[in-house]
Design a protein around this ligand. Structure first.
Ligand code: PMP
Length: 425
């Protein structure tokens, strides 16, 4: 009964299958592995691609003659703003180049909305009786912990292959004024790899909302992080929203964390020019200017927007084989058994693995006890609560190729054992 769906196997076959998986798991534990697939970090070989940064900039002045060693220029240096404006399909004056973390920028924007309200708010969000965000699931765990930290309520909608379920979002936003926003990773979503289609983006940009200051946090962390030669282009959310009469609705975020250095890149925010001055005005209460020297070395390192795209090809050549390996091992070990499905992303940093309902936390526990660290089950849901206990996020970029193979083989064993326990138990 090899490769026959487990659910179709006789009790005797299932009992034999369970015994075989228990033995396989004992063997796995005997290997004494110590592997980590928890976070989407670039591998050392990827960081090495950007080491020319360590010899830059060639001088302290940017091409506009600004001395980047000094204070000032809250919105970032002009040449880097222009470069990323081209990449993100917006105008240079709609872009802020900031510090090393877009997640910090997102927290700042939420803080400013909370304390002061947005350009289109009636009052600060903290003065609302209740604030709710729509969360496509599975999604990015740090979005959810940030919302939780603010005391912002969450309501989930499905993340489909063409982006968030736009009709579900529109229905929620239309009727409830406490619903103030949605977080979207539009291109190569974390963790599903979905790409928000133009139709979905258009619907979200134009839908009527009960809250006048509804915000789309358009977190384009993986905008250029293609895994195939077919390079998806993100929908132009700022133009779509502007054309629909909602110019202040989207706020876009991106960074070079997974382009140059995860700890020393440059982060970007983009929005209407009103949103940009709203953001820099509040930023200016706590800063006199960003690390312009880091911005300048990035501008010199890339040379142009095309330089960024070319650089991303180098990343693809390093990490795409790891994603292929994940798919190869999972297909070989789990294919046809009806116990798991997984994404085959064309970009981004993750594979989303769905196992039998009720077994994800068991799989993560088994893996841990065999020396394989996985992201906690439920991490891709608000409050860490996956209602079906089925989703596991896999991050294969950081480990070496051999480690990816060993880890995925081990994960497959854990998936099979957990499934056998459930079905035979
Ligand atoms: N957004 C998403 C969707 C991410 O996956 C990550 C990194 N894992 C970030 C933001 C963090 O970006 P940054 O390094 O610019 O703070």
């Amino acid at each position: 009964a090899e490769n026959q769906p487990l659910a179709d196997q006789s009790p005797a076959e299932l009992a034999a299958f369970l015994a075989a998986q228990q033995q396989a798991y004992t063997d796995l534990q005997g290997k004494g592995l110590k592997l980590d697939l928890t976070r989407g970090k670039p591998a050392a070989a990827q960081l090495d691609l950007s080491d020319a940064l360590l010899g830059l900039p060639t001088g302290p002045k940017d091409s506009a003659g600004v001395d980047t060693r000094n204070y000032g220029g809250l919105e970032g240096i002009a040449e880097l703003r222009a470069m990323f404006a081209e990449l993100l399909w917006v105008e240079p004056e709609q872009v802020v180049a900031g510090g090393n973390s877009s997640l910090v920028m997102m927290r700042e924007v939420l803080t400013d909305l909370w304390l002061k309200g947005g350009v289109d708010s009636e009052r600060p969000w903290s003065q609302e009786e209740k604030v709710t965000f729509i969360c496509p699931v599975p999604g990015y765990d740090r979005h959810f912990t940030l919302l939780d930290w603010f005391g912002i309520d969450t309501v989930t909608v499905p993340m489909n292959s063409d982006g968030p379920d736009a009709e579900a979002v529109a229905a929620l936003a239309a009727n409830d004024p406490s619903i103030k926003g949605i977080w979207i990773v539009p291109t190569y979503a974390n963790p599903t790899g979905s790409i928000a289609s133009l139709e979905v983006a258009e619907r979200l940009a134009s839908m009527p909302t009960a809250a006048p200051d509804f915000k789309i946090f358009w977190d384009n962390a993986y905008a250029f992080h293609h895994l195939t030669e077919d390079e998806a282009k993100s929908a132009d959310i700022l133009s779509l929203a502007s054309a629909a009469g909602n110019p202040h609705r989207p706020i876009m975020f991106a960074s070079t964390s997974k382009i140059t250095y995860a700890g020393a890149g440059v982060a970007f925010l983009a929005g209407s020019t009103e949103t940009v001055s709203w953001y820099t005005t509040h930023l200016g209460k706590g800063a006199i200017g960003p690390d312009k020297l880091n911005q300048l070395r990035h501008a010199q390192f890339f040379g142009s927007a095309q330089g960024v795209r070319d650089h991303m090809t180098q990343h693809r050549l390093i990490i795409a084989p790891k994603f292929d390996e994940v798919d190869r091992v999972l297909t070989e070990r789990l294919g046809g058994l009806g116990v798991a499905s997984w994404t085959k992303p064309t970009g981004g940093y993750f594979v989303s693995l769905d196992v039998l309902d009720g077994t994800a936390s068991r799989v993560v526990q088994l893996a841990k006890e065999a020396g394989i660290a996985l992201t906690p089950a439920g991490a891709s849901f608000p409050k860490g609560d996956d209602p079906h206990d089925r989703n596991i996020r896999l991050a294969p970029t950081f480990p070496e190729m051999g480690e990816v193979s060993a880890a995925m083989d081990g994960v497959a064993t854990c998936v099979l054992l957990a499934a056998a326990e459930k079905l035979a138990g």
